[in-house]
Design a binder for this molecule. Structure first.
Ligand SMILES: NC(=O)c1ccc[n+]([C@@H]2O[C@H](COP(=O)([O-])OP(=O)(O)OC[C@H]3O[C@@H](n4cnc5c(N)ncnc54)[C@H](O)[C@@H]3O)[C@@H](O)[C@H]2O)c1
Length: 324
């Protein structure tokens, strides 16, 4: 049985703690959160020990889940890896490329397994898009797009409101979009982007994003994002030489179109892929990781290019040999 420690006892951590508590392959040994009430409540629910700091449980676990605020992911991932623990890190993999590099280096140096919580890529919609591509229903991929605009019902509070802690829209939410687009589009060769902030201030604050990507395979990616928009919309799609797959405005219902046919087909999406089970397979028998820190580093490199392009007004070259 793989023993887990959960770092953070917030909303998202609760999902992980319940999953690893219910799974016969794993147990949750401890939950760390400086908020004692939260630590105690979640630990009680999964029959684990509440602690204030993750270093108090490291000796007793084989693996950790990092679900703390974004600006602490580097400290928690590097510390856990150096102690020889497998690391399942929530997105984002830090809030700067340097942090992602430090996390990947610590994990690779320690030779431990890793996973990054890119849940959109492993959701039913994107899994179905990938299956349709594999079945030849899309043909050669030409375009990958995502528009993810939300209007928050309440003002953000705590670490999420502080772009120096959350990384703003790009790192806190829309990193998911770069991730899934790359998972279908492949390696990114060039990025041209703009960011804007209308509510926050400070270096790299970002509430609105526009990103164009050239994929090595020839497809073009485009993404528009906002978390202060009165036009809530989460539209994603791909199209190729044979057909297209695209969602409704909420990104849930998937439609398939075929060149030369008028009617679109409404299809049921596949089951989500269990990325946490893949992490366990990696630990138990060295399975191929679905999204480890080396993948996460690629995504963070594209995110870094978004800022560089926004800052310089120039497209950023990410082909081999180019360096950020
Ligand atoms: N993959 C996804 O779809 C997804 C969804 C939601 C959240 N997340 C990620 O999960 C993480 C947590 O999000 P959340 O919604 O649970 O936030 P939250 O604010 O509800 O919880 C964060 C918790 O971390 C605790 N914390 C602060 N400092 C800590 C420390 N030093 N050690 C341990 N815990 C500490 C806080 O007290 C709080 O309880 C974030 O990185 C977020 O981006 C990912």
């Amino acid at each position: 049985v793989i023993r887990f420690g959960i770092i953070g006892a917030g909303n998202n951590a609760a999902g992980h703690a319940r999953y690893f508590h219910a799974n016969p392959r794993t147990e949750v040994v401890a939950v760390a959160d400086p908020d004692a009430g939260r630590a105690t409540a979640l630990a009680g629910e999964v029959e684990a020990r509440p602690v204030a700091d993750y270093t108090e449980f490291l000796d007793a676990v084989d693996a950790v889940v990092i679900s703390s605020p974004n600006h602490l992911h580097r400290e928690h991932a590097v510390g856990s890896a150096r102690a020889g623990k497998h690391v399942y890190c929530e997105k984002p993999m830090g809030i700067h490329l340097d942090e992602a590099r430090a996390i990947a280096a610590a994990i690779n140096d320690a030779g431990v397994q890793s996973g990054v919580g890119f849940s959109v890529q492993f959701g039913g919609v994107v899994q179905t898009m990938k299956r349709l591509m594999a079945e030849g229903r899309i043909g050669k991929l030409i375009s990958v797009w995502s528009r993810r605009l939300v209007q928050s019902k309440q003002p953000r509070t705590g670490w999420r409101a502080d772009h120096a802690k959350s990384g703003g829209l790009l790192f806190e939410i829309n990193i998911h979009e770069l991730d899934w687009m790359m998972s279908v589009g492949g390696d990114v060769e060039r990025v041209y982007a703009q960011t804007r902030t209308t509510v926050a201030s400070g270096p790299r604050s970002n509430d609105h994003l526009w990103v164009m990507m050239n994929f090595a395979g020839g497809a073009v990616g485009s993404h528009e994002g906002s978390w202060h928009s009165a036009a809530p919309n989460h539209f994603k799609g791909i199209h190729g030489t044979v057909g297209a797959a695209y969602t409704d405005e909420w990104g849930q219902q998937l439609y398939v179109g075929t060149m030369g046919e008028q009617e679109r087909e409404e299809i049921a999406t596949d089951e989500p892929y269990d990325k946490r089970a893949n992490f366990l397979d990696c630990i138990e028998h060295g399975a191929e990781p679905a999204a480890d820190v080396n993948w996460g580093l690629k995504v963070m490199t594209v995110a870094e290019a978004v800022f560089r392009s926004a800052e310089t007004g120039q497209p950023i070259d990410l082909r081999e040999g180019a360096s950020l």
